[in-house]
Design a binder for this molecule. Structure first.
Ligand SMILES: Cc1cc2nc3c(=O)[nH]c(=O)nc-3n(C[C@H](O)[C@H](O)[C@H](O)COP(=O)(O)OP(=O)(O)OC[C@H]3O[C@@H](n4cnc5c(N)ncnc54)[C@H](O)[C@@H]3O)c2cc1C
Length: 759
């Protein structure tokens, strides 16, 4: 792990979470290079392990068993995880262009993005066939295919196009699983007919004759119809056309042919081979650019073509890590020497496998068990992560720096030790914020577009201003997403009051470091914030940026409401008989506490971040339109704390249904395991507000009512006759887990105003 006291001197960016990059992350996690920051950009936070994919398709493994939790692994490695898609490179500026964020800067870059199905050469394939590649997206397509087979009455014909190891293995695995699916619903498994089409004269062209014979026998015994020498030339709905002019009817067509490189690589200027894969040397550096590396399927080694197999991608992880480490320290690189022969363990779907190595071939149930053991051991390396000792304070960097950079690094270390609060230099700030485009509003008379000592905004006639401020430390390592959440969190106060967001001033803290790195962090973070502010119609009108130990961001926000306060939703105002409606699930506090301790699954964090980035703007309008009598946004005090803040001024009591609470995936597991936010103990002091605490304190959801929220949802009281329509309208607006969670009761004699209903 990197020490937080160590300024970042160099950035290594990894595009794709393929088999080689998981190895790089593990290696750097075990032995970091002081001053070097890793960043992974990947479309998904769970990356599949190809070796177990056929076993998953056959039903022998669960989804989790065959996926590496990349977000968690990155956290272990002290690497930043950016869930995004790379769509290009600006190699002159050393930046990765991404689909959903500003360009990400690198000093060294590595690409491990697998391959893309080569479907464009065949008419209709892209429209009407199901590609296996990218394997990361295969699961969704496979689940849909299974559903189609189950729902189709009568026979189903499936054509698997591609006679290599992938196609053969997949055809057998799919047949095994789909037959079991049919059997389990009482249908005749023979309703399923599987065809395998191979363009060449035989299947498994890269394997020896013994292995080919073994699979020919298995395929024949299993009734899979093999079409050799059948190059598919056209795909139409329900039909394939083959080069000899014949056709084959098929309800589903699965494409497992030779793949190609991602199209976006063509514009990068990197030299590619005929199939669009990046040409690399023995050091895994691209032949075009020594600062760009590539590994796995996407790499094409000059003079040593390798099969597109996960086994090579895995093997390249260690030499790639070694060379990235050497390159960043200015040391000579070492050549990767691929093995001449390699062992392929190819399964037949029914817990039987064939081993192939050079001219050797053997088979049996024991080969499957052996493969299973190897694969599980591989996965354990990435799921059972060792607890690493706390990072030592700043270590001497082993990076060669220019004079200017060295001076910046020394001053950054000195400042960090002092905790500092100095202003960030004007030139750094200017460059970082220069490209940002906050919206302009007519009522902002002096703002960022004509900067001055302070901003001047007009309050339109008949309007009053609503003010609020929020500020917090980065709780995730992705500055862009953090910026979005921080802005959303701050705007939540305005929306909870029913206000229109007008303007915001930012207060920013960035850790000192090399100017270029500080600039990058600022740009990413403020771009995320501005995306949210702009979407809310809120103009960024100014701010202040200082240096401090940790990245932090807050906003002073202004909103507008009618002067007569008719639109203002207050905390007081609840009426007995109202229904309590909550717009978003709770659980962010416990989930991010677990994330910090590597106990949360990446998918839980993905889902939590998604809700935290969802604006409360539309929800507030919807609650208002449904006659909300009171409203607040859920933040640090948690559900109970904020509810008590509403019942007190309203002079009412309230009842919450614990079972009706919308809860984020994983939140119950984490809080039950005792993993709570550092704010939780302070919130728990309010338990005296719960009238029936003794009855409910063992309920698994009990701790969650104290869980502090970041950018949480809105809690409102809605007249009972409109509550169901309100929840329905909220869901239609995209608040998928909006729920009625309790009732407002007349104030009783008891001191404690809240009843938790566990029934
Ligand atoms: C059905 C089937 C079975 C197979 N079985 C085996 C087997 O048993 N053994 C074997 O050795 N090989 C097997 N293979 C081959 C194997 O799948 C590939 O060789 C292997 O997945 C390549 O690994 P990789 O690390 O290069 O890329 P991948 O494993 O494909 O990983 C690429 C990663 O990059 C991400 N990514 C892609 N593009 C971008 C982008 N633009 N921006 C950000 N992220 C991106 C993806 O989401 C993914 O996480 C099989 C293939 C198939 C089709």
């Amino acid at each position: 792990m990197q020490s937080p006291d160590q300024p970042v001197l160099r950035d290594i960016v990894l595009i794709g979470g393929g088999h080689s990059h998981v190895g790089v992350l593990k290696t750097f996690g075990m032995r970091p290079v002081p001053g070097v920051r890793l960043t992974v950009i990947c479309r998904e936070s769970r990356t599949p392990y190809s070796g177990m994919l056929p076993g998953y398709v056959a039903g022998h493994y669960s989804f989790d068993e065959v996926h590496i939790d990349l977000r968690r692994l990155a956290h272990f490695a002290g690497a930043r995880f950016f869930r995004d898609e790379a769509i290009g490179l600006d190699r002159d500026a050393r930046k990765v262009l991404c689909a959903d964020r500003p360009p990400v800067s690198y000093d060294l870059l590595s690409i491990n993005i697998g391959s893309t199905p080569g479907m464009n050469d065949v008419v209709g394939a892209a429209e009407f066939a199901v590609p296996v590649k990218p394997i990361s997206a295969f699961n969704e397509r496979w689940v849909q295919l299974r559903n189609r087979v189950r729902e189709r009455a009568g026979a189903t014909r499936i054509a698997v196009v591609g006679g290599g190891a992938g196609g053969v293995e997949l055809a057998l695995a799919m047949q095994y699983r789909l037959r079991n699916d049919l059997k389990s619903t009482g249908r005749d498994p023979d309703e399923l007919v599987v065809h395998l089409l191979s363009a060449g004269p035989d299947i498994l062209p890269t394997h020896n004759a013994r292995v080919r014979r073994a699979f020919s026998r298995v395929l024949a015994e299993r009734g899979i119809k093999v079409h050799r020498g059948s190059q598919v030339t056209e795909v139409a709905p329900g039909r394939l056309r083959v080069a000899d002019g014949s056709t084959l009817d098929a309800d589903d067509i699965v494409w497992v042919t030779r793949a190609s490189g991602a199209p976006w690589l063509r514009a990068t200027g990197l030299e590619l081979d005929d199939d669009g894969f990046i040409r690399v040397t023995g050091t895994l550096q691209t032949v075009t650019d020594a600062n760009v590396f590539a590994a796995g399927d996407i790499a094409s080694m000059v003079g040593r073509p390798l099969e597109k197999a996960g086994v090579f991608a895995v093997r390249q992880g260690r030499p790639l890590a070694g060379n990235l480490r050497r390159a960043v320290q200015g040391q000579p690189l070492a050549n990767y020497r691929p093995q001449q022969r390699w062992l392929a363990l190819i399964s037949t779907g029914d817990q039987y496998a064939v081993a192939s190595r050079g001219a050797l071939g053997f088979q049996g149930r024991w080969v499957w068990r052996w493969k299973d053991w190897i694969d599980r051991r591989f996965m354990a390396r990435y799921s059972e992560l060792p607890a690493m000792p706390a990072a030592p304070r700043a270590q001497p960097p082993s990076i060669q720096l220019g004079d200017d950079e060295a001076a910046q690094a020394i001053s950054a270390i000195a400042m960090r030790c002092g905790g500092c609060g100095a202003k960030v230099g004007a030139s750094v700030l200017g460059r970082a914020l220069g490209g940002l485009r906050p919206i302009e509003r007519d009522d902002v008379l002096i703002g960022l577009h004509a900067p001055d000592d302070a901003a001047v905004v007009r309050v339109p006639p008949g309007k009053a201003v609503v003010h609020s401020v929020d500020f917090f430390r980065a709780f995730i390592d992705d500055p862009y997403v953090f910026g979005m959440v921080a802005a959303n969190h701050a705007l939540g106060d305005l929306f909870a009051m029913g206000a229109e967001a007008q303007s915001a001033a930012a207060i920013v803290t960035v850790p000192p470091g090399l100017d270029a790195k500080v600039e990058d962090d600022l740009r990413q973070m403020m771009s995320g914030a501005i995306a949210v502010l702009n979407e809310a119609g809120c103009a960024l009108i100014g701010g202040h940026t200082g240096e401090g130990r940790e990245l932090a961001l807050g906003f002073a926000v202004n909103g507008l409401v009618d002067e007569d306060l008719a639109q203002v939703m207050r905390k007081g105002g609840m009426r007995a008989g109202d229904v309590l409606v909550l717009t978003k699930p709770i659980g962010t506090g416990t989930l991010f506490a677990a994330h910090a301790r590597q106990l949360a699954r990446g998918a839980w964090i993905d889902a939590a971040l998604e809700t935290m980035c969802q604006s409360n703007r539309l929800a507030a309008r919807c609650l208002f339109d449904h006659g909300a009598t009171a409203c607040t946004d859920l933040t640090g005090f948690g559900l109970l704390g904020h509810l008590v803040e509403m019942t007190r001024p309203s002079g009412v009591d309230a009842e919450l249904d614990l079972t009706a609470l919308p809860v984020l995936d994983g939140a119950e597991e984490c809080s039950t395991a005792g993993v709570v936010s550092s704010l939780q103990p302070a919130n728990v002091r309010l338990r005296r507000a719960i009238r029936n605490q003794a009855e409910v304190h063992r309920h698994p959801r009990y701790p969650l009512v104290f869980d502090p929220q970041t950018a949480g949802g809105l809690l409102a009281s809605i007249p009972a006759d409109r509550a169901a329509a309100c929840v329905e309208a909220l869901r239609a607006l995209g608040y998928a887990q909006a729920s009625a969670i309790g009732r407002v009761l007349p104030q009783g004699d008891a001191l404690a105003p809240i009843i938790l209903n566990a029934g």
